[in-house]
Design a protein around this ligand. Structure first.
Ligand SMILES: Cc1ncc(COP(=O)(O)O)c(C=O)c1O
Length: 305
């Protein structure tokens, strides 16, 4: 099983010179410490889905991802820990005969069956995932499975992430009009949940880690709000300025920022998501983009890889 989990996840105040000079308080919500195997937003998003799978009597999970997907790695680990089998459909059929990278090797070591799909077929599968014909094809090939979308972002996952806001609001320091809760955005599920779970007045800021996502990512967050809550929320936005050139890219400026941050705070940070979010907050504060008196809570959505 996935217990025991460290919940509510700890909140730590940090004094960072640039934010402090801008009159901004910074706190980290250490979701990376929730669980040793399935940490951060993976825990938030997967556990409600594991419960849903169990209720429906499923013993096999199926999901989708790229060769470096944290989600693939997390689903394999969660399935193994819960005594379930798992299938990962991986983007890129050229990878089938290539040596496994650490993500895919670890997923296989946890017993995940990997199936490699050409990029066009992969995209078509995701586009038609809710259609019976696609579900039938998947079931014929892999057996009866509980299907999780790429990145694991569905309404149940967003509800899991909504707990972040509830936990923060329940702290003695509470959450109010001066608060911004910030998270990196890959598919938008974590941000959707955070925004939906905030008390009135507090706002959510997402930092996109992929390039060219403007419009699309906002659409995904809105879709998840409609699916999960039957309404939209006006308390969030996404910054598209700190993707660093694209998903998985870590340009020299970002690497230098991350190293300096680690040295200042004695804390290792994940680069593809968490470092981009912190870099964005740092630059926003430095450029006067955060009103004085703002308190920012940055959600550490995963451990360093
Ligand atoms: C560490 C980390 N943070 C954030 C995200 C993005 O979350 P979401 O896809 O819910 O936007 C991911 C996604 O894989 C992740 O691994």
């Amino acid at each position: 099983m996935l217990s025991p989990a460290v919940l509510p996840s700890p909140v730590a105040a940090l004094t960072d010179p640039v934010l402090a000079a801008a009159g901004t308080e910074l706190r980290l919500k250490r979701d990376d410490l929730i669980h040793p195997l399935v940490a951060g937003n993976k825990w938030r998003k997967l556990t409600p889905n594991l419960c849903a799978a169990a209720e429906l009597g499923h013993t096999r999970l199926l999901t989708f991802g790229g060769a470096y997907s944290h989600h693939i790695r997390a689903v394999a680990a969660a399935a193994a820990a819960c005594g379930l089998t798992s299938v990962g459909v991986i983007r890129g059929d050229e990878l089938a005969d290539a040596p496994r990278n650490p993500t895919l090797a670890a997923a296989e070591a946890d017993g995940m069956e990997l199936a490699f799909a050409g990029r066009a077929a992969y995209r078509a599968m995701l586009r038609t995932l809710d259609e019976p014909a696609t579900r039938d094809r998947l079931e014929r090939r892999f057996g009866r499975c509980f299907v999780l979308p790429e990145g694991g972002s569905n309404a149940a996952a967003a509800h899991g992430a909504a707990e972040i806001g509830a936990e923060l609001a329940a702290e003695p320091a509470g959450l109010g009009a001066r608060d911004i809760v910030c998270a990196p955005v890959g598919t938008g599920g974590t941000l959707a949940g955070i925004a939906a779970g905030l008390p009135p007045g507090a706002r959510a800021l997402g930092v996109a880690v992929l390039r060219g996502g403007a419009g699309y990512l906002e659409g995904e967050v809105t879709r998840l709000h409609q699916e999960g809550w039957g309404r939209t929320f006006g308390n969030w936005r996404i910054a598209h300025t700190h993707h660093g050139g694209g998903y998985g890219r870590i340009p020299a400026g970002l690497a230098a920022f991350a190293e300096a941050f680690e040295e200042r705070h004695g804390l290792a940070i994940e680069r593809r998501y968490v470092a981009k979010m912190l870099h964005c907050l740092h630059d926003l504060a430095a450029s006067g983009g955060l009103p004085r008196g703002t308190r920012v809570t940055a959600v550490v959505t995963g451990p360093p890889t």
